[in-house]
Every structure is written in structure tokens, then in C-alpha cells.
Design a protein around this ligand. Structure first.
Ligand code: FRU
Length: 507
């Protein structure tokens, strides 16, 4: 964003510092300034998309959390709206934590977690109602409507909400929590009016989960329970974020059936995004056209002093369209609207086979890359992004298949994403990745979106979100390689991506 586009905020030194940061994304949503974490209150209301988010306008640290708000008519360009919720006295005096928006007979209603550690160890359930365009909110005078966890359990934390209405019109919600020594838990409540809540019991606990899947953590944050269309009544999907004694580990999902009193899983817990904490606390909503659309929070991977100097922290992922594949695994793709940001027809890069390497003539720190081909047993397809001309800096994405064709694995190597790092520099360069689904004939469909420090990778629908901070100005190249007999990249296209213009940021 150029300084002139900041309009009324151009004299705001903090905002200026943030927008001049070369690592700040241009077509992903970031807060006007300060700190952003979870997406909240996602909905399409009267045709308009609403993105609320955990926000600290006063600095790039997790403190004094507000609900920031932005709207969009195309899921690509976002307009800042006034802050929706700010901490006040009482239940949320130290933060308006995560939550959702439901339609209560025409009244937009926020269900969120009030944070007030002075009043007790855990969070509470609070509500607020909004005006017709969701820009002005009033908190319920009787907050909190659930003052704490059910008695008789030694809980770790207690927060975050997923709601639905049953056929009889009764509201249900699950709240995320953990029971010491037992693991994560979802507590189930019901209500006729969103205000008087009855505790129904535990809806799912760590003990109900078949072992051997992704580690589900000791506390489950941000439960998101939704139904995706499949044959018959559809498949219920439960997403939550695994938290372990203060550490935000990773988002996971489990499929099964939303029972009246319990969630009945039919799978193990699986990783949702191999970027782990870089796609944390996701939330989703159903758009008017029926698509289930999910956003997640990409945490920073640079040291605290660099974050403080930059003046901002946290990126919202692109909105992702979720479906299930034949194996019953979640498949994610950036919503089709994202393509509107592609500049021109894109560069068609020549196809390559085993032992070949190609460099795109298109360069940049805002790119959309598609690479399709065949991965044979023992083969590897690689995309190098943010690559400097001498290769001193490069971020490497590979998809490799074992020699026996048993497993295809996606990997992200960030060890050389930045070349000026000493050991202990505080940049997170941990290798990320995991197995992906692949058909018997080895078809691979790779998409990589590069937006300054933000990286979203989709390999046969398996996402991996991460952050990289190159130090070299020429770390803008894209190269691709293929190895292994029978492996090929037949279709490679590279687009530069436009900035998602935002006329004036409102803090
Ligand atoms: C997840 C989370 C939520 C909480 C919010 C606070 O990142 O810890 O559990 O409601 O962030 O900002």
C-alpha cells in the first residue's frame, strides 16, 4: 500500500511503519495496525461478507483484545468498519475473546468469551446484539450468560463457541475446554433464547478419540462444528485448535456425526493445515451460495523485537472453500474470487521432466503459482519461491513419493528463506509438512500463493500455511525442478498478484 492510499491515517506514525514493512502482505487481510489473531463472527449478512477478528489496536502484542471488523462484497477487497467490541467493565474487562455471530430471529447476535482473570481463572460466555449492518453492538447487561465451567471438573481453560439450532428451535453450543489429566473437552449447553443456558454434559472428550492420529492437545480452542454435503445427510466436521499449556500447537479436524448429546467420530484426528500454528484458530461459515468458507490466523515466525519494530502482527489467511474428497479428507482451495487479483494471463512456463530445472521470468513478492504434473514412485517435484538470483535465499516446497509409491509427502524447507541468520536468531525455520492424498496415476496439483512474508501452499487440496522473511531485495524468483523417472510438470503458470486495494484504513 502506498502512503497516499492511507489517506486520513497517513500521519499516524505507527500505521506508516507497519505499511512500509516489506514483509507486510498486500492481498491478505491484516489489521490496520497492531495485533490480529483469530477470525471471529464470520458471516454473510444481507449479502455482505463480515470478517471480525481478535484485535489489539494499541500494539503488536496479545493484550486488551477487541473485536476488529471489516466487510467485503467479494471476499477479496475488505473495508474497515468501526471496532465492534471493546473491553469494558465486568466480564470482559480484560478482553473480548473469540466467538461467533448467529441470526437470532433477524437480530445479529455475538456469542463471545469474556476475559476477566480477576473474576476467576477462566473465561465466560457473553453476548452482544447488533444493528442491521452489524456496525454497532450493545452488550447484554446480564453478561456473563455462562459464568464459568460446569462444577465438578478440574478444567484448564474455558472459552470459544460453536452454535447451532435444532429442529425444535432450541439453541445448542459447545465451548472449548480441557480437563486436567484427561485432555481436551467440549462442554455442551442448550438454551431457548441464547441467554438462559443449561449444561447438557460433555459433547466430546480426549478419551472418545481413537489414538494414533494428530495430537489433540490438553485444551481445545475455537471449536467449529459444521456439515459438508456428502451423499445422504452430509458429513459433520469438527475443527478445533490443539493448545497445550499455553502453547498454540495446531488446528485439527475429525469427521463423524453431530449427535443430540455427543459428537460421534468416525475417524482419527487429522491435521488440518501442515503449517500448524501458522493456520491457527480457524473459523468457517456457509455463504449464501452454499460454500463452506474458512479463514485462519497466520502467526508471525520472526522474533519479538522484529515484531515490535514492525508495529503489526498477524495475517488472516485467504478465504478457503472447503470440501471433502473420496477418502473423507478435508480439501481446501482459495475461493475462486481470489483469481480476480491475478494480473494478466500469467506466464506459461515451459513443461519440465526428470533432471530439468526452469526459472520463471515473472518475479515478485506477490505471486500465484500453479504447477500440475505427475509424481512417479521415487520422484520429486519442487518449487523454489522467494529465490535470490544467486540462490543464497530460497524457500523450497517439495512433493516427493517413496520408491514403492506408498506415500506422497509435502515439505516446506525454510532454512534458507533468510540468509543473514545466526543460530538462535529467533526466526522459526522449522521444517513443515506431511503426507498428501494422491491418485494411483500420481497426479499432483500444486498451488502456491506468495504475499511478502505470507505463504499458502495447496498440494492436492492439502494446505500448508507459513511465514518467511527474506532479507534480500532480489529474493523474488521462482524456479521449478523435477527428479525421478516418469515424473513431469506439464502445466506451470505464474501470475503476479495485485494488491487488494483498501482506500483508507480505520483503526
Ligand atoms: C486462540 C485464542 C482463543 C481465545 C482468543 C484470545 O488463538 O486463544 O482460544 O478466545 O485466542 O485472543
Amino acid at each position: 500500500m502506498s502512503v497516499s492510499q492511507v489517506g486520513a491515517r497517513s500521519h499516524d506514525g505507527v500505521t506508516l511503519t507497519a505499511i512500509q514493512d516489506p514483509h507486510r502482505p498486500s492481498f491478505h487481510f491484516t489489521s490496520p495496525v497492531g495485533w490480529l489473531n483469530d477470525p471471529n463472527g464470520l458471516c454473510q449478512w444481507d449479502g455482505v461478507y463480515h470478517l471480525f477478528y481478535q484485535y489489539n489496536p494499541d500494539g503488536p502484542v496479545h493484550a486488551d483484545i477487541h473485536w476488529g471488523h471489516a466487510t467485503s462484497t467479494d471476499l477479496v477487497h475488505w473495508i474497515d468498519a468501526p471496532v465492534a467490541l471493546a473491553p469494558s467493565t465486568g466480564a470482559d474487562s480484560q478482553g473480548c475473546w473469540s466467538g461467533v455471530i448467529v441470526d437470532d430471529a433477524g437480530t445479529p447476535t455475538i456469542i463471545y468469551s469474556g476475559h476477566n482473570p480477576d473474576a476467576g481463572r477462566t473465561q465466560t460466555c457473553c453476548i452482544a446484539t447488533g444493528n442491521a449492518d452489524l456496525t454497532a453492538w450493545g452488550k447484554d447487561p446480564n453478561n456473563p450468560v455462562i459464568p464459568g465451567p460446569p462444577p465438578g471438573h478440574d478444567v484448564t481453560e474455558f472459552r470459544d463457541h460453536s452454535l447451532w439450532k435444532d429442529a425444535a428451535g432450541k439453541w445448542h453450543q459447545v465451548m472449548g475446554s480441557g480437563i486436567r489429566g484427561e485432555g481436551g473437552v467440549l462442554f455442551h449447553y442448550s438454551s431457548p433464547d441464547l441467554r438462559a443456558w443449561t449444561f447438557e454434559g460433555t459433547y466430546l472428550t480426549g478419551r472418545d478419540i481413537e489414538p494414533g492420529g494428530a495430537y489433540p492437545g490438553t485444551t481445545w480452542e475455537c471449536p467449529d462444528l459444521f456439515t459438508l454435503p456428502t451423499q445422504g445427510a452430509g458429513t459433520d466436521v469438527l475443527v478445533f485448535s490443539a493448545w497445550d499449556e499455553g502453547i498454540t500447537l495446531h488446528p485439527v479436524y475429525i469427521t463423524g456425526q453431530r449427535g443430540a448429546q455427543n459428537f460421534i467420530p468416525n475417524t482419527q484426528v487429522r491435521h488440518l493445515d501442515y503449517g500448524l500454528r501458522h493456520f491457527y484458530a480457524p473459523q468457517s461459515f456457509t455463504a449464501d451460495d452454499g460454500r463452506r468458507i474458512q479463514f485462519g490466523w497466520a502467526q508471525e515466525a520472526r522474533p519479538q523485537d522484529a515484531i515490535l519494530a514492525a508495529g503489526w502482527s498477524g495475517v488472516m489467511s485467504l478465504p478457503r472453500h472447503l470440501t471433502l474428497n473420496d477418502a473423507g479428507h478435508l480439501i481446501a482451495a482459495p475461493v475462486a474470487e481470489t483469481d480476480a487479483l491475478r494480473i494478466g494471463a500469467g506466464e506459461a512456463v515451459p513443461a519440465i521432466g526428470p533432471g530439468e530445472r526452469v526459472r520463471a521470468t515473472t518475479v515478485g513478492d506477490q505471486l500465484d503459482i500453479i504447477a500440475r504434473g505427475i509424481l512417479a514412485p521415487g520422484g520429486e517435484l519442487a518449487i523454489y519461491v522467494r529465490t535470490s538470483s544467486d540462490h543464497a535465499e530460497s524457500t523450497v516446497i517439495t512433493v516427493a513419493q517413496t520408491a514403492d509409491g506408498g506415500e506422497a509427502v509435502l515439505r516446506l524447507d525454510r532454512r534458507n528463506s533468510r540468509s543473514d541468520l545466526d543460530a538462535g536468531s529467533g526466526y522459526d525455520t522449522v521444517e513443515l509438512g506431511g503426507p498428501i492424498d494422491i491418485s494411483d496415476n500420481g497426479e499432483v496439483d500444486l498451488r502456491v500463493l506468495v504475499d511478502h512474508s505470507m505463504l499458502e501452499i495447496f498440494a492436492n487440496g492439502q494446505p500448508l500455511t507459513a511465514r518467511v522473511y527474506p532479507s534480500r531485495h532480489d529474493a523474488t524468483g521462482v524456479e521449478l525442478t523435477v527428479s525421478g523417472e516418469g515424473s513431469l510438470l506439464t502445466e506451470i503458470t505464474v501470475w503476479q498478484m495485485a494488491q487488494a486495494e483498501q482506500a483508507e484504513r480505520v483503526r
